[in-house]
Design a protein around this ligand. Structure first.
Ligand SMILES: [Zn+2]
Length: 470
């Protein structure tokens, strides 16, 4: 009952698990365990929680369920604070004793629908790009390191008895079970999702098949991440994006745990043989996850600034991060995704290499300095992507592959570098070429609608209905 009352009080105040956790100095995962009745709180924590929620401790410890009436009264008060409701210009409705429950039920249900209709998480491509730019700025500011998520991952691992090395399937399932979820592999998962979670029966449905870096283990941990980090249905596209980044971070932090990974990287640096390949192999993750995880830990633990890019064979950028001053191509709004990267950069050079599936090392002289980079092609189910990790020249000395003699010069974003055709060819072909463009259906071009963009709810509900009795 304590858990129910705690959740009731927290939700009534519109707090996420993470927000309440921050107020009492506990991880969201700990509060989630309390709310789900899987752990008994110490009295000191009850008092801290009660203070954080401004309720008497006795209120949280009462043995009765919070009443429907109480719930409705709180919901009505919340509703009237909502800007969309306030816009209606109605006088304040006090939920006095003479207002019957069914009236409250109606008002609260109408307001919920009002809120639902107002939610437009997908917005326009411009807004989506803007959200991406903001998110990247926030990641850059923190050196791409998120202490609360590292802590949540470390706690989840400790609770499951993790003792180092790559995460076994058995340990992975025990991390999931520890949070009260079971896992079921199915063949008929709706096409618009990577996983579906039945919150009534706390069961996560997955397909036993890899989608690029999204192996069944990463999808499972990303899904669990949403619950451990206390996410609720996204309010807008920026919220959706932030949640996705956090859930991905959580998955990476469980599969490549901070403490052993940081130790491994420090030793490799001291031996001057840092390499993304080794990180990938030791923790048995994809190259992309290893490179991305490297960016999480490199600045915080090794004091190394770095950059990360994911691009396709045509040089189109899908993901990018930097805190080392490298200048990515960007549109007027600052968006990098969807831009075409310099031909000289290693992420494009690797596609042209004789052995495209071995790491390519190179130095690139750019307008913002010289960088040492390693690029690797991660084969995907639909297309291959190049993953690049780079550091400023002076830090190359810690990396394996620093002895490479490949060196290029890039003047991008100056158009004379590689974005405009050479004058001789332009003179010969201008006006005499008619390319038929291939439509880019990727990333931010056409965003589907819904709280969970692009997810077919009808499919998802009938799927859950069908499997509930399995
Ligand atoms: Zn260029």
């Amino acid at each position: 009952m304590f858990g129910q009352r705690l959740r009731h009080a927290r939700r009534a105040r519109g707090l996420t698990l993470a927000e309440l956790g921050a107020r009492v100095g506990r991880a969201a995962s700990v509060l989630s365990l309390l709310e789900n009745g899987r752990r008994e709180p110490k009295l000191s924590l009850v008092e801290a929680l009660a203070a954080a929620l401004s309720v008497p401790p006795g209120e949280l410890l009462r043995k009765q369920p919070p009443s429907r009436r109480a719930q409705l009264e709180i919901a009505l008060a919340d509703a009237q604070r909502d800007p969309a409701y306030a816009d209606l210009g109605l006088p304040y409705l006090r939920a006095g004793a003479r207002v019957p429950n069914d009236v409250l039920e109606h008002v609260v249900a109408l307001q919920a629908e009002l809120r639902r209709q107002r939610v437009k998480p997908t917005a326009t491509p411009e807004e989506a790009r803007e959200a991406n730019v903001d998110l990247r700025a926030m990641m850059r500011e923190r050196g791409n390191y998120f202490a609360p998520i590292e802590q949540a991952a470390a706690e989840a691992l400790a609770a499951a008895g993790y003792a180092g090395g790559a995460l076994s399937q058995g340990l992975l399932l025990s991390v999931v079970r520890h949070h009260g979820f079971s896992v079921k592999y199915v063949h008929d998962l709706p096409r618009s999702v990577r996983s579906v979670t039945d919150l009534r029966n706390r069961r996560i449905y997955l397909k036993q098949e890899s989608l690029g870096m999204h192996t069944p283990r990463t999808v499972l941990l990303q899904t669990l991440g949403h619950f451990v980090l206390g996410h609720s249905a996204p309010l807008d596209f920026a919220d959706f994006l932030r949640q996705r980044v956090e859930a991905n971070y959580f998955a990476a932090a469980v599969l490549v745990p901070e403490e052993p990974a940081a130790r491994f990287l420090r030793e490799a640096r001291d031996a001057r043989s840092l390499s993304v390949e080794d990180l990938r192999d030791v923790f048995a993750v994809s190259y992309e996850m290893a490179a991305h995880r490297f960016t999480n830990l490199a600045t915080h633990h090794l004091g190394l600034p770095c950059h990360f890019v994911k691009n396709d064979a045509g040089g189109i950028i899908y993901k990018a991060y930097e805190n080392d001053g490298v200048v990515f191509p960007a549109d007027e709004a600052g968006a990098i995704e969807g831009q075409r990267m310099c031909r000289e950069w290693s992420g494009r050079q690797v596609f042209a290499a004789a052995d495209r599936f071995s790491p390519l090392y190179q130095y690139s002289d750019t307008p913002s300095g010289t960088y040492w980079c390693v690029a690797f092609v991660d084969p995907g189910p639909e297309r291959d992507f190049a993953i690049t990790l780079g550091v400023p020249f002076e830090h190359s000395r810690w990396f394996r592959g620093r002895e490479t003699v490949k060196r290029v010069t890039s003047a991008c974003p100056d158009g004379e570098c590689c974005q405009r055709p050479p004058a001789r060819l332009a003179a010969r072909w201008e006006g005499l070429a008619w390319p038929s463009a291939r439509a880019h259906s990727h990333i931010l071009s056409a965003l589907p609608r819904g709280s969970f963009p692009g997810v077919d709810e009808a499919d998802v509900y009938s799927f859950l209905e069908k499997h509930e009795q399995d």
